[in-house]
Design a protein around this ligand. Structure first.
Ligand SMILES: *Cc1c(COP(=O)(O)O)cnc(C)c1O
Length: 462
């Protein structure tokens, strides 16, 4: 199994190399050269299997000889041992034919834990074998950072630096990043928005001298290992609703397009997914693009679902790569245009995208109203991101195909929005009850590549 870059100019890598590096050296993202498939019988055999067993069956064909079967099973078991729900990704019914896939029972209460815990275990095993170390730098709109810190804190062969937009993450999100005391954890509050953080991260990867000198590794959702781990819960959910005999649709609250792209991979692997619905908040560049209006950046409008406040949706590049018939030059051209403000999608590529993805958006008022009504009519407390999903799902579902909306975070991660909509302030679970009593440690830093590189070089512990 080999991985190729969406821009066609970087060497093909093994799974291990693609995972440890993150971004390709031509600026592209790694994707599998061929997407493996599971037969109907193999999917049917997942009925009644544990989440861990499903994870092994779904991910094994992608990893080549990076890990032995036994080692890979052990990695999966360790990754999910810290989840507080036995099912890992339980499915609850919201309404007839509408289900919520609860992806917030991991250590930091957002779906990012599913992939980050796997990545943490895989990095640890691969680095120990290679006798190597890395510097992980991540950009976060809130949840990736805390999940990455949780997965890598205290590891001797890893430093983890997280760039988050100063003043634009929730208090719970910030404290999850600033309260771990391990010396290999570095929280950086950048004076800018999430797109600035993500742009500086890309700059660091494109600075080969810096990249090589600190052994830079990326764990943002551009890392293929993360997308792969997220494919698993599409299988576990669809199988429990009757796949492969029955089709299932999914609605996914989307920002960086990683989670929904994992759904596309599941579909390509043979899972009978009917609709894949992209749900955006008021930062609706993806919804507009999928409706044929091109991909044109404007400014980010902070919302009550901050983890989706994005204009540059990194993983969309992977979708474009397939929509353009895997033409790396065409993708490179689009990304160059994006640097100048935006691009239009060709007619053929647009048809390819629309054959796979549907889309919708929720305004701030609609998001809030959905939190209120889900509480009143369904007895479910939704986080604002999940509410965006539920609102858009309700507009896209039909009477015959079950719809699954991904619940991407625990309501207690966004207590202000939930309280404003319902009058109820959700409690943090017991393992985080003292979060607001722990001391914080972070560095405020300019949105400047030079300042960031200097800080990172001077603060390596490993
Ligand atoms: C990251 C995140 C999203 C968006 O996921 P993408 O993979 O970036 O599309 C949605 N909801 C929450 C709570 C998140 O943390």
């Amino acid at each position: 199994m080999r991985y190729i870059s969406t821009r066609g100019q970087a060497p093909a890598l093994t799974f291990e190399e693609a995972m440890l590096t993150g971004l390709a050296r031509d600026g592209g993202l790694y994707v599998p050269e061929v997407i493996p498939t599971l037969t109907s019988d193999q999917i049917a055999a997942l009925h009644g299997k544990s989440y861990e067993e499903t994870a092994f069956a779904v991910m094994r064909p992608f990893i080549g000889d990076t890990f032995s079967d036994d080692a890979f099973r052990a990695i999966i078991d360790r990754a999910y041992a810290g989840f507080s729900h036995g099912a890992r990704a339980p499915l609850v019914q919201l309404a007839p034919g509408h289900f919520l896939l609860e992806l917030f029972h991991g250590p930091t209460l957002a779906f990012k834990d599913f992939a980050m815990q796997m990545i943490g275990q895989m990095f640890q095993a691969a680095l120990a074998r290679r006798g190597d170390r890395v510097t992980i730098v991540g950009a976060t709109s809130g949840d990736t950072g805390s999940a990455a810190i949780e997965a890598f804190r205290g590891l001797s062969n890893v430093d983890v630096f997280i760039l988050y937009p100063h003043g634009r993450v929730s208090d719970v999100q910030r404290r999850q990043m600033t309260t771990p005391s391990e010396s290999n954890v570095h929280a950086l509050a950048v004076d800018g928005d999430f797109d600035d953080c993500q742009a500086r991260l890309k700059d660091m990867f494109n600075d080969f001298e810096f990249r090589d000198s600190v052994k830079l590794a990326g764990v943002n959702s551009i890392n293929w290992g993360r997308v792969l781990a997220q494919v698993v819960y599409y299988f576990s959910a669809a199988v429990s609703l009757g796949a492969p005999e029955r089709e299932v649709s999914f609605t996914v609250p989307t920002g960086n397009f990683g989670d929904i792209f994992a759904g596309y991979i599941a579909k390509r692997m043979g899972l009978p997914i009917r609709d894949l619905v992209v749900a955006t908040n008021q930062n609706d560049i993806l919804d507009r693009c999928l409706k044929g209006q091109g991909y044109h950046k404007s400014s980010v409008h902070p919302s009550i679902s901050p983890s989706m406040d994005i204009q540059v949706s990194s993983n969309f590049e992977r979708a474009l790569f397939d929509a353009y018939g895997r033409d790396g030059n065409a993708v490179g051209q689009l990304m160059a245009e994006l640097g100048q403000g935006g691009f239009d999608v060709s007619q053929g590529a647009m048809q390819a995208l629309q054959a796979i993805y549907r889309s919708g958006r929720a305004s701030e008022e609609e998001t809030s109203a959905t939190i209120t009504s889900a509480r009143e009519t369904m007895g479910e407390l939704l986080c604002p991101h999940s509410a965006v999903g539920v609102k858009v799902a309700e507009e896209h579902r039909d009477a015959t195909t079950p719809m699954v909306t991904l619940a991407t975070a625990h309501p207690a991660k966004f207590p202000d929005a939930v309280e404003a909509a319902t009058g109820l302030r959700p409690d943090l679970p017991p393992h985080m009850a003292d979060l607001f009593d722990r001391p914080e440690r972070f560095t405020r830093i300019d949105n400047d590549l030079g300042a960031l590189k200097k800080h990172i070089k001077e603060n390596l512990s490993a």
